[in-house]
Design a protein around this ligand. Structure first.
Ligand SMILES: [Zn+2]
Length: 423
């Protein structure tokens, strides 16, 4: 091993010098134990306030895992003091290269944290020669440090949605900023209390005042919570949820028609449920022909399908009266068709016309809402069995905010000191 001066240079910890390097570990897992000490000591900084003092109470060897040197894992050993601070009392000395109580250095934490975003924690743990628990704690610290440096934005449009949790009838309530497509909060259940809690905890008064519209489904507890906490904000119904009701009505028509169908209809219509529920624009080639055959066999199904397709136009108008006019015209087309399921859908739309027409004033980006939901489901699927909700929320925030979009962003995360993310 070269001189300690060279080792100090390679280690590159500002303010510390290498005192001793010991080869350690097994043949399979060689390890270097590097003993370091502070240089240019001008008193020892207190762990809480950072004030320097000479009054040392005691000292103890502590270790930190650091970046590997070629095939060697590295353990840093430093005799950390406990100082008697004038203002704080007895505190451990502040360490420049690691957070207090952390067992890995800050630069290793950044690497593990970054890797954990693209590979399982167990893989990252093997890669850096640390235990799974250590890797997990490093990842959490990494995400927390990132989250703490993010600016407090004032979102114009919020989204409140429910996500199924596990297999049973259990849900999360997810609060997100649908302008930037970022998750903000996560709460159990889908009650009024869960959304009320999210709106008051995740947003301060200044942020709440900036909210103009909240995109949600027609779930009554959510509407109550929004009305109570954000009285000035308007509710915009999620287009996807509204069209889901339309598809359900179309499915009812199909079931009803099939029930009293003749031989031709039975032959053509079998196994067409999912094809029928798809939008015309997404159906191609031979599938379109199948649909046409089905419609030729049953005109009522065709009319119901067309009526469902037309509902898309509800979100193309710029003023509220036009939305209402369109819906009334839609109702008119329904007359004499004897489609009670679609008539019920029409009544449903009419009672919710305010939330649908609110889109004229608050053009919520429904595509962003859908993509956020898809990302959330992906993260929850990968993190199956994760019981720690605060950790899951951090993961969701990272996945939806996508702070790394370029090589430069990535480089910034590798250097822990310059962690001033704008995302
Ligand atoms: Zn102090």
């Amino acid at each position: 091993m070269g001189s300690h001066a060279e080792c100090t240079k390679i280690l590159g910890l500002e303010g510390y010098r290498v005192k001793e390097v010991v080869f350690d570990g097994t043949e399979d897992h060689p390890r270097l134990r590097i003993r370091i000490e502070r240089r240019g000591v001008r008193g020892h900084p207190c762990g809480r306030c950072g004030c320097r003092t000479w009054r040392v109470r005691d000292a103890k060897d502590r270790t930190w895992d650091d970046l590997p040197w070629a095939t060697y894992r590295v353990t840093l050993v430093y005799r950390q003091r406990r100082v008697c601070c004038r203002t704080c009392g007895i505190r451990t000395e502040r360490i420049g290269f690691a957070d207090s109580k952390a067992r890995v250095t800050r630069r290793l934490r950044q690497l593990i944290g970054l890797d954990c975003q693209s590979m399982p924690t167990s893989h990252a743990a093997v890669r850096y020669g640390v235990s799974w628990g250590k890797a997990r704690r490093a990842e959490r610290a990494f995400l927390q440090a990132w989250d703490a440096t993010r600016p407090k934005r004032r979102p114009r449009h919020l989204g409140a949605d429910e996500i199924q949790r596990g297999k049973g009838y259990r849900f999360w309530t997810v609060l997100s900023d649908v302008v930037r497509g970022e998750v903000w909060g996560l709460a159990r259940d889908r009650t009024e209390a869960s959304l009320t809690g999210l709106l008051t905890q995740c947003l301060d008064a200044r942020q709440r005042a900036a909210v103009e519209g909240v995109c949600t489904d027609m779930h009554r507890p959510y509407l109550n919570a929004v009305a109570q906490i954000l009285p000035d904000a308007e509710v915009v119904f999620d287009k996807f949820h509204v069209l889901q009701h339309a598809s359900a009505a179309l499915d009812e028509v199909r079931r009803h028609e099939f029930f009293r169908a003749g031989d031709v209809m039975r032959a053509v219509g079998r196994g067409k449920r999912w094809l029928l529920l798809r939008r015309w624009a997404t159906v191609r080639g031979s599938k379109r022909r199948e649909l046409r055959e089905l419609f030729a066999a049953n005109r009522r199904l065709f009319r119901a399908y067309v009526l469902r397709e037309q509902l898309d136009r509800l979100w193309t108008y710029k003023t509220r009266p036009r939305v209402l006019n369109f819906l009334l015209a839609w109702f008119k087309a329904l007359r004499w068709q004897r489609l009670p399921e679609m008539e019920r859908l029409g009544d449903f739309l009419l009672t919710h016309i305010n939330g649908i027409a609110a889109y004229c004033d608050h053009a919520v980006r429904f595509g962003v809402v859908e993509s956020v939901n898809a990302t959330i489901k992906g993260v929850i699927r990968r993190a199956r069995g994760m019981r720690d909700e605060s950790f899951l929320l951090l993961k969701l925030k990272w996945a939806t905010a996508r702070p790394i979009r370029s090589a430069r962003d990535y480089a910034r995360f590798l250097g822990a000191e310059s962690l001033h993310s704008s995302r």
